[in-house]
Design a protein around this ligand. Structure first.
Ligand code: C2O
Length: 356
């Protein structure tokens, strides 16, 4: 597929549903002058170790805020600009990319959710986001934090995202802050993984225990084979399937919980985290997805297996790298995150003992 072929994106998801609403701006990446080249993973001796967001120190927070600020300060048309990065998610996930199959004479819209591209797409997406952040602060060891919501101490919005002013210097603003979040879900509110739009009214300790059982269910009970965890196959020429894997079901609650409640008058759509088109505008997105990415690794360590399917392995995605080169990457190149140069700070897995 020609992944640089991008048009309108849709706030309401599938454009073929009645009353679909378009994103009022373009989510398409800047068009490259030269055709994208296959991406070669740079060799690195320095590992990037992604820390748990609730455990980082001030030195890390300072660096992280500086990196995000630098991304926000880039010219708007720089593909590495923070909002350009957010639009990548919009284009891939709100049907911006059109794919033509000349043989069949069909034209269809690409979607990376609810199918086997969910995990690899987001892994590559975070990879480039992290490399861009590191490039801008000139620190090749910079690694994104992960929102460790599968452990009790990680079950609130990580504090550094929650204050309007910098957590290190109240005379400055905080680039990690975003006002477009559910007003009731700032700390000390406990993240409710069973949240469906209304407060449960349960005591916090009950919510924590329910969360652990929820994680167990999606990581173990409902993740009994490759497809059940990664999502259903999706081949060239198919309409986007709806076969959401347990890894994605496990990840949905954070979006719903963090986004603002939807309203009809004026119409709002769960911005920012509660809608694919806007989710990437909240720094929490990348921290949340780092945890999802980490849980993919954990699942493999617990005996899970990736697809061996050639079509999946050879599938390509298009990105701009940290040096502003347009590149395409393949699914098979992201399956070993050690090769991509990063790993996760280990933590306990308390949910393993929380079988519902
Ligand atoms: Cu592409 Cu958390 O969604």
């Amino acid at each position: 597929p020609n992944l640089t072929d991008c048009t309108v994106s849709y706030i309401t998801g599938d454009p073929n549903t009645p009353n679909s609403v378009q994103v009022p701006y373009t989510c398409c990446p800047p068009t490259p002058a030269d055709s994208p080249q296959p991406f070669k993973i740079p060799h690195t001796d320095q590992k990037r170790i992604r820390p748990a967001a609730h455990l980082v120190d001030d030195k890390y927070i300072e660096k992280y805020m500086r990196a995000i600020q630098a991304m926000k300060d880039l010219p708007q048309d720089d593909p590495r600009n923070f909002y350009q990065q957010a639009n990548i998610h919009c284009a891939y996930c709100n049907y911006g990319h059109r794919v033509s199959d000349p043989e069949k004479g069909t034209d269809y819209l690409l979607q990376v959710h609810s199918n086997w591209f969910f995990l690899p797409f987001h892994r590559w997406y975070l990879y480039f986001f992290e490399k861009i952040a590191g490039e801008l602060i000139d620190d090749p060891t910079f690694a994104l934090p992960y929102w460790n919501w599968d452990t009790p101490c990680g079950m609130t919005m990580p504090f550094m995202f929650s204050t309007e002013k910098s957590p290190l210097d109240p005379s400055k603003s905080n680039p990690l802050y975003n006002p477009k979040r559910h007003p009731d879900h700032f700390p000390p509110a406990v993240f409710d993984l069973n949240y469906r739009g209304a407060a449960s009214g349960l005591p916090d300790l009950t919510t924590v225990c329910n969360n652990l059982s929820f994680v167990y269910r999606e990581m173990v009970t409902n993740a009994y084979d490759t497809q059940s965890f990664l999502g259903t196959p999706y081949y060239f020429g198919d309409a986007a399937p709806r076969g959401t894997g347990a890894s994605e079901l496990l990840h949905n609650p954070a979006h719903i919980w963090m986004g603002k409640p939807r309203t009809t008058d004026p119409p709002t759509y769960g911005e920012d985290m509660g809608n694919f088109y806007s989710a990437g505008k909240d720094c929490l997105f990348y921290v949340h997805h780092a945890n999802v990415d980490r849980l993919w690794r954990v699942w493999l360590e617990q005996g899970g297996q990736n697809f061996q399917n050639q079509a999946w392995l050879d599938s390509q995605l298009f990105f701009w790298d940290e040096k502003k080169n347009p590149v395409y990457v393949t699914v098979k190149d992201c399956l070993d995150e050690e090769k991509l140069g990063y790993t996760y700070q280990p933590t306990e897995l308390p949910w393993l003992k929380a079988k519902p």
